[in-house]
Design a protein around this ligand. Sequence first.
Ligand code: GRF
Length: 204
Amino acid sequence: MNSKAIAVMASGRGSNLKVILESVAAGECPVDVQLVISDKADAAALEIARDADVPHIMHLNPKDYQDRAQFDAACADLIDHHGCQWIVLAGYMRILSSSFVRRFRGRIINIHPAILPAFPGAHAVEDAVSYGVKVSGCTVHLVDEVLDGGPILAQAVVPVLDDDTRDSLHARIQMEEHKIYPATLKRMMEDGFSIIGRKVIWNS
Ligand code: GRF
């Protein structure tokens, strides 16, 4: 297995996928994006993957599968078939089944648009604005069975302004996401980490 080979799973506009591919092309991020999977046929992420000549690009329609576990098993088989060591979630909007998480334990990474453990779930940015927090940000974390609950690899903070809307705050958060996601992948490849309890200890 190629230890730098990654599969990216994305459902939406794919800006994180784009910056990862750009960092790879610039020689700044030593991963090998072998596979991009989307559950949405019209995801811009698929177009971004095509433009960057990712070797394997797949759309899988959840409606073609009996249940979540079967859909996830099909994704997992593709990931193994293409020899991917890591699974990078980049705006992937489906909750992963526990069988998928078990199969790739410690090898699935996600980015979440809040400072976890505050504001887990699908409406993190909106929730932060409504709550009235003065700072928010983003978290890169390992995925386990708890939604947005796995060990934390990296975080970045942004201010929340009085007149922020969900979109204006999200735009500010995404500027940080686009820095810390490729940087964290680089660090994972070059330095590595171990996990003690729920704490990630970087090797450098
Ligand atoms: C990001 O804000 C990420 O934190 C969240 O989904 C969004 C994906 O954005 N998980 P994009 O599709 O990479 O632009």
